[in-house]
Every structure is written in C-alpha cells, then in structure tokens.
Write a protein that binds this ligand. Structure first.
Ligand code: DSN
Length: 440
C-alpha cells in the first residue's frame, strides 16, 4: 500500500481528498545512495575501480548502459515460472514478450532452431544438460582442467566430477588439443557426452572433428562455447553450430551481455528434455530482468559493428601476445587464435600468484592460471591468463596492446618494487582516462 486517503475538512462546502504518502513508501523511492549510503559508496568505488583499471581477465567484459538498465528494470520483481505462453503465474504478458524476443534474437544470432535463455549462469546451463542426458555414474569425456578445461566439465571438486564418471582428454606436446587421443579415449570409454570447449585454451577448437567422433561412438556432443561465444557471434572464431548437438554458454564474457547462461540446439528431439531440465528440473523462477538484458545484448551482437568488435578483440589478443613474446615471455602454444592467451612466466622467475598481485598494484587486473604440466600448485601456478574483450570494448587497439605488454614486463621484472608498480599505475590511469567506460 503506497499511501492512505484522508478527507480534509475545508472552509468550502465541498470536501477534497489528498494522498498522504506513508514513510515506508517514501523510503521505498530513495536511491541506493540515499537509502543505503554504505552500499552506495562501495558501488561508486567499484565503478571507479573499473574506470581506472585495465581489465585483462579473459572472462570479463563491460556491459553496455542499455544492458545495465534492462537488468535494473521492474522485471526483477516478476515471477514467471514456465515458458512464454505457458506460465504458472499471472501478469506475465511482458515477461513473455521479453523472453520471446531474447529467444528469437539468440536463434538468429547463431542460426539455431531452439534456444533456452533461462539458465542463471554457465555452470547452471552445463548442469541442466548433464541432468537432461546423463544418469549418475554415466561417462563424460572432456578436456582436463589442467590443460585448459573447466571445473564444470568434471573436476573432482565439482558436482559433475562427483556425480559422473569422468574421462579426460588433453594436449599434445605442442600444447594443442590431442584429437587422436580424444578419439582413442572415446572409443575405449564410450562416453554418453563428449564436451568440447575450454576456459584457458587460446587456439581454434576443431568442433567438426569432435562432432564426428561423438557420432562414431554414439555420444552427445556438448559444446561449452562460453569463452568464445562473442567471437563466434561476430564470426571471428569457428562456430560449433552444425557440429555440436547441444551448445551452452555464458552471456557475459566475449558476448558482452549480463551475467547469465543459455542453451542452444537444432534438433527438436532434445527440446523436451532440455526444457524440463532447466525448469522444473534444476531451476525455479527465471531471472526476467536478466533475460531482458540478455535480449538487449543479443540485439547488440546482431548489429554489424559487433563483427568489427569481435575481429578487434582477436587482433588485440594477437598484438598483446606478440608484444609479450618480444619482451621475453613464452605464450603457451606459441600464440592465440582467440581473445585469450596463457603466459608462461617462468622466464621471468615469477609465479602466477606473485605476478597477479604485482600487476594489481599497477591497476592491471589479471588472473593466475596453471599452464600445461605446471610445476606449481593450482593456487600458485606458473602462468597468467590474459584476455582482450574488456579493453577492446573501451576502444583500445594494437598500439595500446603494445604499451600494456611493456608495462606488464616492467612490473614483472621487479615484482616486489612498489615504486615501479606505482609509476606504471599512474600511466595506466592516464590511459584509462582516454578510454572512459561510461559517460561521467
Ligand atoms: N570462471 C570463468 C573463467 O574465468 O573462465 C569460467 O566460467
């Protein structure tokens, strides 16, 4: 209830009414800064951190203002369990419209027949597919975590690894996927699902080959394209469509949408199992405000300029890798065909942990990552994973990549020297000021 009506006595013969807004309703209208200055201040600091830092985490990006507005919309209040046209709640007219638009745009973006936009995240999307097609104890074949795979592809510490029988393929000596080994393991273990996709693998993945192997052994080919989905949408990386039976992704990495997940497939035979797995199998109410923001992001990715963005992300990654090589770093597999690279830090005598922390002092945000056959523990590592989606969104290009590589080398030559980091930080902030994230 927003307010109460009172009859106000008047000197005139006809009484009139005014609306008195209750104190509760007044508080309800306050901005976060007015209502909760503590959180408001933290949010302002995060905005400033993003503005003044070079974001090189390969899985992060900067969503547009339109995406952010949709996420902060009234749809956050709406329950809409079910699917468009078949909900378990009233009042879903606009929830239906927004979800249908998200589905239609996503189908157009990747050229697929079916799309489910409800998974709350990538891990959830993968879980839904496993739930749809596997029983506990069934075999799943995927790239090992230590060779660039992902936790949700069967790591022993994840639900998938604890529920299914996991067989892992890996890399060859040249640090590219061992496709012959993959086929041999598939023939020996007869998996129900073969997973393609990775979270720390920079080269093109041969989705067609993996699709053929899956057919040979009667497995479902699930591609987790989360890292590459923006590049694929922008035609800068091979598409798994036509080679994978089911495709999952996040929406916030190179695709540059809100945090969330999606599932795509072409064949109607998978439709019922996937719909049922997402709701009611794994999830309850969909996050309709996030689905609205996904629709906005898919619309953005359908624009011609997104192709230019995707191509530049890749050019920037290649420029950064080449410049780092020039500074004496080894890039795992010798380079990149995508948005990311793994940097082997051993020639500089620093671990991933030390490097990540030293760079953070210089406002360069990265994440440490194991390299193939890493001698260090996973919490320490010998590598850094770097990616260019976020800096490319800011408008940076090859000259800035060369500058960034120089700063990384400068900091990591003497990682304990805070004076060096402070000097680089000043230059980083100056560069960032020339590439503002959002209008002030
Ligand atoms: N955690 C993501 C990444 O950083 O690659 C993958 O989900």
């Amino acid at each position: 209830m927003e307010g109460s009506h009172a009859v106000v006595p008047t000197l005139l013969a006809v009484p009139y009414t005014i609306t008195m807004v209750s104190p509760v309703a007044t508080r309800h209208r306050e901005s976060v800064n007015e209502s909760d200055p503590l959180i408001g201040e933290i949010l302002r600091k995060e905005e400033a951190r993003q503005q003044n830092n070079l974001e090189l985490i390969a899985s992060e990006n900067i969503a547009s203002r339109a995406v952010r507005e949709a996420m902060a919309s009234a749809l956050t209040d709406k329950y809409a369990e079910g699917y468009p046209g078949r909900r378990y709640y009233g009042g879903c007219e606009f929830a239906d419209q927004v979800e249908q638009l998200a589905i239609d745009r996503l189908r157009e973006l990747y050229g697929v027949n079916f799309a489910n936009v409800q998974p709350h995240c990538g891990a959830g999307a993968n879980l839904c597919v496993y739930h749809a097609f596997l029983k506990p104890g069934d075999t799943l074949l995927s790239l090992s975590l230590s060779d660039g795979g992902h936790l949700t592809h069967g790591s022993p510490v994840a639900h998938s690894g604890q529920t299914y029988h996991i067989v892992s393929y890996g890399l060859k000596e040249d640090e590219t996927i061992d496709y012959d080994g993959l086929r041999r393991l598939a023939q020996e273990s007869r998996p129900k699902i073969i997973v393609s996709g990775a979270s720390a693998y920079s080269r093109e993945i041969d989705f067609a080959f993996i699709g053929r192997v899956a057919k040979e052994v009667g497995a479902l080919h699930m591609c987790d394209m989360a890292h590459y989905s923006g590049l694929i949408a922008g035609k800068a990386y091979p598409s798994p469509v036509g080679h994978a039976d089911v495709i999952t992704s996040t929406t916030h990495k190179s695709l540059r949408g809100p945090r969330g997940g999606i599932i795509l497939y072409d064949d109607e035979q998978y439709d019922k199992a996937i719909r049922m797995a997402v709701f009611p199998g794994i999830q309850g109410g969909p996050l309709m405000h996030v689905i609205a923001a996904k629709a906005v992001a898919f619309g953005e990715a359908l624009r011609p300029e997104f192709r230019e963005y995707a191509a530049q992300v890749k050019r920037n990654a290649q420029a950064l890798a080449a410049a780092l090589t020039g500074h004496g770093f080894r890039i795992v597999s010798g380079g990149t065909d995508s948005h990311l690279m793994l940097v082997d830090l051993r020639s500089y005598g620093v671990t991933g942990k030390v490097a990540q922390e030293a760079l953070e002092h210089a406002n360069v945000t990265t994440n440490r990552n194991a390299i193939p056959n890493d001698p260090e523990k996973p919490f320490v590592t010998s590598g850094l994973r770097l990616g260019t989606p976020a800096v490319t969104t800011r408008g940076m290009r090859e000259p800035e990549m060369a500058q960034i590589a120089g700063w990384i080398a400068e900091v990591l030559r003497t990682p304990a020297d805070l004076g060096v980091a402070e000097n680089v930080k000043r230059q980083v902030i100056e560069l960032c000021s020339r590439f503002p994230i959002h209008d002030a």
